[in-house]
Every structure is written in C-alpha cells, then in structure tokens.
Design a protein around this ligand. Structure first.
Ligand SMILES: Nc1nc2c(ncn2[C@@H]2O[C@H](COP(=O)(O)OP(=O)(O)O)[C@@H](O)[C@H]2O)c(=O)[nH]1
Ligand SMILES: [Mg+2]
Length: 222
C-alpha cells in the first residue's frame, strides 16, 4: 500500500529535520506542512527530504493537517500517517499503528499515549481527560486518547476525511467523522515524550478552553 506521512509544523526548525529522517524509514513519502512559520522549518524539512507545502500565514494544526492530507491524496496515498513535528511521537511506533490497517481490521487507528507507561505530566493528563469527555459529548464516540496528533488513516478514511475546523478542534472532528462514516477504529499504545521544549510551546489552559467552546458550539449548531 502507498503510505504517505503528513506532518503539520509551526516553528519546529530545531526538531522537524530529525522527525523527517526518522519517519522516512517507514513511509514512501513525507509531506511537511509549514504552517506560516517564521523560522527555518520549511528549509530544514526540505533538506531532510520532505515535500514541503507552506501556508502563507499561520492557520492552525487542523488546517495544516488537512492541507497535507489533500496533497497526499493527490499523490495517490492509500494510507496516511499523521504525526507531530516536535519529536513527541516515536516513528518506531508507526509499524504497530499500521498493522490494523494492513490486516484490514480497521479504517483508522488512534495512538494511545495512556495505553503504556509514559511519563505524562498531571496537568496534561487532566487536559486530555477533559478533551476526551468533551469529544464524547460532541460525537457520542469514546476514544481513549482523542487529542493525540499521531494517527493512521486507511484507504476508506483517506478518501472520506474532510476537516473544516482549523485549530486543535480537528482532533474531535476526526472522531466525529469516524463515527459518521462508520469507520472501524483501533487504538494502539504509543510512546510520547514530554520535554521542556514541548511543554513550553504546548497548548495553554486558555487555548484549551477556547477549543472546547468551539467544539461544543459547533456540535449544538449542527
Ligand atoms: N501550536 C501550534 N502547532 C501547530 C500549528 N500549526 C501546526 N502545528 C503543529 O501541530 C503539531 C501539534 O502542536 P503542539 O503545539 O505540539 O501541540 P500539543 O503537543 O498537542 O500540545 C506540531 O507538530 C506543531 O508544529 C499552530 O498554528 N499552532
Ligand atoms: Mg507537541
């Protein structure tokens, strides 16, 4: 199967090069979506061997992910792996996440950072727990780690996914799409790395609240 990785990246010049070289072991092509970065993210990603698409201004992780998925479709991807550009995810988990797809047991696979021993700060556990509850309220589907950027879309999901929300709400939107289109989903334990770097730039509490409000508003307006 033709597997393409999509990596949304906003000011990740210090990290994205390594991520691209590591991911290259497991996929045919890598698309990095430089989300209007003000640093050298695009140059570094290109040098590392990725196809780079650049948003002329910062649009958000959801918009960057959808730009990448659209491009992957144009390049004939049957399977799309999404993961973050900040080295929080381990590319060595890619084969395990791909397995339910290649075994034709799932249309979409969610990584589960809580499914194995990971050193996750308490505040992040609380944030993610709330994210799961809000996602369940908005979609009717429970996913153990709904807010993780590490996912695999199988052929059916690749052809149907159509994200409209540009910020972090896209993670909840993907869960909703999986329920609406009746994708068979699987969850696979995955590693996550929290460093000072990722904690400093991760989502703030205010941002989390804003995201939650957007999701709930959207689901009521539907
Ligand atoms: N923070 C942020 N990340 C973005 C944006 N656009 C793309 N990204 C990428 O989306 C991924 C997830 O972002 P991150 O800040 O690490 O979120 P978190 O780890 O879920 O708290 C990273 O690869 C970012 O570089 C954006 O507008 N803001
Ligand atoms: Mg991160």
């Amino acid at each position: 199967m033709k597997i393409i990785a999509v990596i949304p990246a906003y000011n990740e010049g210090t990290r994205v090069g390594n991520v691209v070289s590591e991911v290259a072991k497991y996929v045919e092509k890598i698309i990095v979506v430089d989300d209007g970065s003000t640093d050298d993210t695009a140059q570094i990603a290109k040098k590392a061997g990725a196809i780079v698409l650049t948003h002329i201004e910062n649009c958000g992780a959801g918009a960057a992910t959808m730009t990448g998925i659209d491009a992957a479709r144009m390049l004939g991807a049957e399977v799309v792996v999404t993961l973050d550009a900040d080295e929080q995810h381990s590319s060595d988990d890619i084969p395990a996440l791909l397995k339910p797809i290649t075994d034709k047991k799932a249309d979409m696979v969610f990584a589960n950072r809580f499914g194995r021993r990971n050193n996750i700060p308490l505040i992040r556990r609380v944030f993610n727990g709330l994210g799961n509850i809000i996602t369940f309220a908005a979609t009717g589907k429970w996913v153990s780690d709904s807010q993780c950027g590490f996912k695999v879309f199988g052929p059916k999901a690749v052809s149907q996914v159509d994200l409209r929300m540009s910020g972090y709400e896209f993670c909840t939107e993907i869960v909703r799409e999986s329920a609406q289109h009746r994708w068979r989903t699987a969850e696979i334990p995955a590693k996550v790395l929290y460093s000072e770097y990722t904690l400093a730039k991760g989502q703030s509490f205010a941002n989390g609240v804003r995201t939650a409000l957007k999701i709930l508003l959207r689901s009521f307006l539907r």
